[in-house]
Write a protein of this length. Sequence first.
Length: 301
Amino acid sequence: MNKFKYILAFLGIFSIQLQAQKSVSFDELAFYADVMVNAANEKNRVFALEKFNNLFIKEIDKKESFSNDFSNIKTISNLKADDASFRIFTWQIKKDDNTYLQNGLIQKANGNYQILKQNNASIATLGYDEVNAQTWYGALYYNMMYDQESKSYLIFGLNAADANTYYKVADVISFDKNEEVVFGKEIFRYDNKSNRPDLRTRITVGYAPYTSVNLSYNIDEKMIIHDYTTERSIGIQGNQSGLVPDGTYVAYKPENGVWQRIAQLENTAVDLMSPDYKTKRSTNTPDILGRTKGSSKKGGG
C-alpha cells in the first residue's frame, strides 16, 4: 500500500513538473514574441526572433500541438482554415532600414508542418508565379477565407521587404498531391473579356511606406476591393516619388470561376480599415507591428 502511495506521489510530482515546464515554455514564447516586435534596438529584436523561432519549433514538434491555439502570443498572426484542416502562423521584425524580416510556418491538422522561408525576390515580379515554402516571398497575413470560385483559400497580407515600397497582397493558398503548400493560382483576370485572358496568380498593391492602403474582401459588395495607388512627388522638397492612394478603388468580382478585375469602382461605400487594424487599441497596447494607437495610420499596413 505504501508503495502504491509512493507511485501516486511520484506521478503527481512528475505531472506538476511537466505543467511547470509547459508554463515556462509558453511564458518564454510570449516574452520573446513581445521583444522581437517592441524592442527599441534591432540587435535585441533579432536576438529575440532567433529565440522565439527555436522555442516555437519545439512546441510545434510536440505531439498533438495542433490542439494548442497559441492564443497567449499576441504579436504574431495565427489564422486557421474554416474546416480546421490547417493553420498558418506569420510574424516579423522591423529592421533599422525600415524593412521587415518576415517568418512563417504552416501546419496541417495531422501535426505535419512546413517552415516558410522568405525569398529575396520582389513580390511585384511574382504576378504569374506559384511559390512554395522554400520560395515564399514573405508576408504578415491578416485574413483568410474560403473561396468558392477557386475551391481553395484566399489569404490577405502585408509584404514590407522593400524600404521604398510596401505591398498588400491577396493570394491563394493550397496544397499539391504531396501535401506541400502552394501560394498562387491563376484566378485573377486582369483583362476585360479579351481573346487572350490575362490571368494572374495574386493581387499586389504597392504603396509608399509613409501612407497606407486597404486590400480586403468586402462582405456587402461580395468583392475584393483595394485602393488604387499612383506615383506622386513626396518628401519635404518634393524631389522623391512614391505610390499613394488617389481616392479611387479597384475591385475583383467573382465571375465564371475567376475574379474579374474592375479597373475603377464607382459609388461604392468601402470600409477603409483593413482587418488587421479594425480593433480599437489603447495607447499602451501595441498591434502586431508594435505600433500603438498614437502612431497608427488609417487603413493599416
